[in-house]
Structure formats: structure tokens, C-alpha cells
Design a protein around this ligand. Structure first.
Ligand code: UDP
Ligand code: MG
Length: 322
């Protein structure tokens, strides 16, 4: 029998875990041809998330969990889950039921037809402000313009991945992860299914605008070097026009002398160029920062506990488990 792992990262989700478990269990109980693993990754929650998961595990042997040593963020929680999940296919799902588990049978159906990555695309985004919708649409548009890899719009992490896609993702060990880009980058056979994204069932979103802006910058800098290219193009344009203007000034001064006017234009040029230079340095800095972080080659995460056992051997445990 094939095993399907359902990977659920959870950070302070005590209010919704119970519902999440029951709705998912209802769906997978009806799929008798598969074995299921419900793998929760507790991402350093400060509430009762871990103890709820543990009590679920006592009642249902399909529940497993990985407890990270602190809060690492969803991207890292997901790679930790991918390292520990045992299934032939892995379904990534949010704990807050915004990703309806009722889609699982359809995902599995397409997986059986040979697709490696069955991803759920939102038809609508209930419970999100127009500003969030608008910024997200603009972001996707911008990102797509800068790269040849097709970006999946309105698609979150909710998807089924075949084992080989999972193993491909596990080889991408960069520490600043933009998983959405990675799904596209690894390729393989993709299949899109549509769904209505529900508002969060309970609890609060962990995202605020600052973290969305961070994610956007992360997305761009991990995906494309276009900003560097753009700043060199802008730089050459500015130098070109500056050169023409310089020639004009020199000739004018020679012909008509210098009447010490031009304070306004001088200020404009200084401020404009100063701004442009700071912007370019900032862009370089973003990439430099990434290089700095990646060259440390730190492990992506540490595990405190895996399925009721304290992890003693700190290191690449995930390699010995599989
Ligand atoms: N999450 C996590 N670590 C974090 C933040 C979030 O594991 O640091 C999990 C969270 O428990 C949920 C999923 O990631 O299962 C999506 O989070 P959320 O619902 O807050 O994001 P949104 O749906 O608003 O994008
Ligand atoms: Mg959510």
C-alpha cells in the first residue's frame, strides 16, 4: 500500500488544531487504499500546540510530529517536514483549514495519473483585504517579468508532491528559502486544480505587512538577479545623459562665461544621483546579505523531539531516518 504524508506546519495553532485534525481525518478515513501519516511540524509554538499534537498521537497512530528547537518560520518548518515525512507522496497543508482537506482525494487522483506536483490554485481569496489581494497580484506580475521560470499565481504551498519532487526539494538547502519559487524551479509534471480559499477557521494569521514585504524581497532576490541588471542599466543611462549635459555646460561656459547660477539644478542632480546610488547600494546589499547568510552553511533547523523521542544526536538526523 502506498503511503501519503500530510505535512502540517503549526505555529501557535491551539485554537484550530482539533478542527484541523477532525476534518482531515474524515477525509482520509474514506480513502482506504492508502496509508496516511499526519506529520505535524511544531514550529516553536508558545501555546499548547505541542501538547495537543501529542494527545492526538496517543489516540491515532497516524499522527507523527517533529518539534523544532525554536520558531524557524514556515519555510524552514516545511523543509524539516519534508525531511522527516515518510510518504510516497506528501501533501503540504496549512493548519488553519484555509487549505480545505476535502481536496486531498482529487490531488491523489491526479498523482495516480502520474503528476508529480498537484497544486491548488485559489479561485477566490475570502477574508483578505483588497490591499493584500492587490499587492499580491502586483508582486506576482513583477516577479514573472524578471524570470523565465513560470511563476504559479494565486498558488500557495497547498499541494501534493511525489517522492521524487520531494527529494529534489530536499537537495535545495539554502537557508533563506523561498519555497514557492522552488516548486517552479524543480520542474516535473505539474497539474493545477482550482479551489476557493476559505478564511482562517480560528486563531490569527502570523503574517503582517512587514513580513510580506520581507517575503517579497526574499522572493525576488532568491529568484532573479534582475534588480542588479536594472541598476546597471539605469546607471548607464544616467551617465550617458550626464555626459551630454556636461558637454553642454562646458561649451556654454566657454562661450558665455560662468554666471554662478544653477543652484537649483545642481541640488536636483545631487539629490537624484545620491538617491539612485543609495538604491543601487541597497540592492547590492540585499544580494550580499544573502551571500553572507548562505556562506555560513548552517544547518537549516534543529530538532528537539521526533515522535516522543528527544533527539540527542544533533546533526543531519534526517539523513539517518530515511
Ligand atoms: N506557520 C509556521 N511558522 C511560522 C508562521 C506560520 O509554521 O512562523 C504555519 C502556520 O501554523 C500555518 C501556516 O504556517 O499552518 C500558514 O500560516 P498563516 O495561516 O498564519 O499564514 P496565512 O494563511 O495568513 O498566509
Ligand atoms: Mg492561514
Amino acid at each position: 500500500m502506498k503511503t501519503v504524508s500530510i505535512l502540517i506546519p503549526a505555529y501557535n495553532e491551539e485554537e484550530v488544531l482539533d478542527q484541523c485534525y477532525h476534518r482531515t481525518a474524515d477525509v482520509i478515513n474514506s480513502l482506504t487504499n492508502y496509508e496516511f501519516e499526519l506529520l505535524f511540524v511544531n514550529d516553536g509554538s508558545r501555546d499548547n500546540t505541542l501538547s495537543i499534537i501529542k494527545s492526538m498521537r496517543m489516540l491515532d497512530h497516524r499522527v507523527s510530529y517533529v518539534n523544532l528547537s525554536r520558531n524557524f518560520g514556515k519555510e524552514i518548518a516545511m523543509i524539516a517536514g519534508l525531511d522527516y515525512a515518510r510518504g510516497d507522496a506528501i501533501i503540504l497543508m496549512d493548519a488553519d483549514l484555509q487549505d480545505p482537506p476535502e481536496l486531498i482525494p482529487e490531488m491523489i487522483k491526479y498523482w495516480e495519473q502520474g503528476y508529480d506536483d498537484v497544486y491548488a490554485k485559489r479561485k477566490s481569496r475570502k477574508g483578505e483585504s483588497w490591499l493584500k489581494k492587490f499587492t499580491s497580484a502586483e508582486f506576482y506580475r513583477l516577479l514573472q517579468k524578471t524570470t523565465r521560470i513560470p511563476i504559479q499565481r494565486d498558488t500557495g504551498d497547498f499541494r501534493l508532491l511525489d517522492r521524487r519532487a520531494v527529494n529534489a526539494l530536499r537537495q535545495l538547502r539554502e537557508s533563506q528559502r523561498y519555497t514557492k519559487g522552488m516548486f517552479s524551479w524543480i520542474g516535473f509534471n505539474k497539474k493545477e486544480i482550482l479551489f476557493d480559499r476559505d478564511p482562517r477557521a480560528a486563531g490569527k494569521t502570523k503574517w503582517h505587512y512587514a513580513s510580506l514585504i520581507n517575503l517579497a524581497i526574499e522572493g525576488i532576490t532568491s529568484f532573479t538577479v534582475a534588480p542588479l541588471r536594472i541598476s546597471s542599466i539605469v546607471g548607464s543611462f544616467v551617465s550617458f545623459f550626464a555626459f551630454i549635459y556636461m558637454t553642454f555646460i562646458i561649451i556654454r561656459t566657454i562661450l558665455f562665461g560662468n554666471d554662478v547660477s544653477g543652484y537649483a539644478s545642481l541640488m536636483t542632480v545631487i539629490l537624484f544621483l545620491g538617491g539612485l546610488q543609495l538604491l543601487s547600494i541597497g540592492i547590492i546589499g540585499e544580494y550580499l546579505g544573502r551571500i553572507f547568510n548562505e556562506t555560513k552553511r548552517r544547518p537549516l533547523y534543529f530538532i528537539d523531539e521526533y515522535n516522543d523521542e528527544k533527539v540527542k544526536e544533533i546533526g543531519h538526523l534526517h539523513e539517518t531516518i530515511r
